[in-house]
Design a protein around this ligand. Structure first.
Ligand code: NI
Ligand code: MN
Length: 240
């Protein structure tokens, strides 16, 4: 399995069976080092919630690759009406897909999609976090969330290999709360996300990672657009 971070909350996961992308906010993401065109063929798009900085290029990628959009039921319905293949879920529920199991966890945040052109906010159900069980590894992507004490339970129920935790503050946990989250989750590796994309969420991710006693990894967005193929080969391989 190969896991590549592309700034904000964008995570590309290449498995033996499928290419997955979580929260593909790539166009307009100033930290993205590769564009939608650089993405391999995507089999499934996993969405934590409906905010535009997470939905991002979902429609473009889904239509290009006939990818399955996996998200909270209301958000899945919204994309289904656009002629996209969807699989709706809800918090606490899990499902065995061809590539592995996905379980949705709670997240304390909002969830809506802003249709900027219509000045309309579309309700998108509850926000979620994602637990992925793929090729014997357990990955937790917290989505956008505040700290919540049931992260202890998630840590007790799961042997988490990699946790992607927001540290940006303002809209989500800041570094101090994310540090506590990391302790409760007992993840072997923690990767900070959702920082530095916008002025309100500037943080020192290296300092956060360093504070985690070797468990935290600062994962820079991989690849540059001009050197994409080589960089993809160099992309962070976290399979061990
Ligand atoms: Ni959000
Ligand atoms: Mn966000």
């Amino acid at each position: 399995m190969e896991i590549v971070y592309n700034g904000h909350s964008v995570v590309l996961i290449k498995t033996a069976k499928a290419n997955l992308v979580i929260d593909p906010f790539i166009t307009g993401n100033g930290l993205a080092k590769w564009s939608v065109d650089d993405l391999p063929k995507i089999d499934a798009i996993l969405l934590t919630h409906g905010h535009n900085d997470h939905v991002g290029d979902t429609e473009t990628i889904a239509k290009r690759d006939n990818a399955l959009v996996i998200g909270i039921a209301e958000l899945a319905t919204y994309f289904g009406w656009k002629g996209i293949r969807t699989h709706g879920m809800s918090i606490g529920g899990g499902y065995d897909f061809d590539f592995g199991r996905v379980k949705m966890t709670q997240a304390f945040h909002g969830s809506s999609y802003s249709e900027d052109e219509n000045k309309r906010i579309v309700y998108a159900g509850m926000p979620a976090g994602l637990l992925l069980y793929i090729e014997g590894k357990t990955i937790y992507h917290a989505g956008d969330t505040a700290l919540f004490s049931d992260m202890k339970l998630i840590g007790e129920q799961n042997d988490i290999d990699i946790a992607f935790l927001p540290i940006g503050d303002n809209f989500t946990m800041g570094p101090d709360d994310a540090f506590l989250a990391a302790e409760w989750l007992k993840a072997k590796t923690v990767i900070p996300i959702h920082y530095n994309t916008f002025p309100f969420i500037r943080q020192d991710a290296r300092a956060f990672a360093a504070r985690l006693n070797g468990k935290g990894k600062y994962l820079a967005p991989a690849a540059s657009r001009s050197n994409c193929k080589a960089a993809k080969q160099r992309a962070a391989n976290l399979s061990d």
